[in-house]
Design a protein around this ligand. Structure first.
Ligand SMILES: Cc1cc2nc3c(=O)[nH]c(=O)nc-3n(C[C@H](O)[C@H](O)[C@H](O)COP(=O)(O)O)c2cc1C
Length: 173
């Protein structure tokens, strides 16, 4: 098994895909990693649409970002209604963890893809209305994230630009 931090370090946002197709088995593995993700009250407030169809991919490029042109697949993350228990807890605690939950699932997905040698980019900038029309997602639902998946043209990992540890860590001993 590879080292976890090494896997985390290898994941990066890909904006230059090679155009190679993505296998169904790899995509299902990414979905499985998301399915197993933790969520508040185990509410699992998500569903996923996997798009590999060439014509539909072309349509999704137009309503997301041009650099996704040569991605082999898209995964669309749809927010689903929280369970009754989650709703009650949210109300009591005045918290809504739905987007946190979806973010965790997205992260699992991207790391699972990285482990298979795939490259991803989480996309928060897209035309939600058009995506819902294209994929027959009810207008009442929210599309929270789109992930482009494919093979990167380069195998080099870019250096990570991150805050230094002393800017974000407080240790209470
Ligand atoms: C919720 C979310 C939304 C994002 N939306 C976009 C986007 O619309 N377009 C884009 O090119 N990158 C997007 N990114 C990628 C970030 O820019 C990227 O994760 C960040 O710059 C760190 O770089 P890295 O992913 O290569 O480590 C998004 C990332 C997240 C987590």
């Amino acid at each position: 098994m590879s080292d976890f931090l090494e896997l985390v370090g290898r994941r990066e946002s890909c904006r230059d895909y090679s155009g190679a197709p993505v296998g169904k088995e790899d995509l299902l593995r990414c979905i499985e990693a998301a399915r197993l993700a933790p969520s508040a009250c185990n509410g699992q407030p998500w569903s996923f649409v996997v798009v590999t169809n060439e014509q539909m991919r072309g349509e999704l490029v137009k309503v997301t970002q041009p650099f996704t042109k040569a991605a082999g697949a898209f995964i669309v993350l749809v927010e689903e209604k929280p369970s009754f228990q989650t709703k009650v807890v949210n109300k009591l605690k005045q918290q809504d963890y739905t987007q946190v939950d979806i973010g965790i699932a997205a992260s699992h997905m991207c790391l699972a893809a990285t482990e298979r040698g795939l490259a991803t980019c989480m996309l928060g900038w897209f035309n939600e209305k058009k995506i819902k029309e294209l994929l027959n997602i009810p207008a009442s639902k929210r599309v929270r994230l789109v992930i482009s998946v494919g093979y990167a043209t380069s195998h080099e990992t870019k250096p990570k630009k991150r805050k230094d540890l002393d800017m974000l860590l407080n240790v209470v001993e």
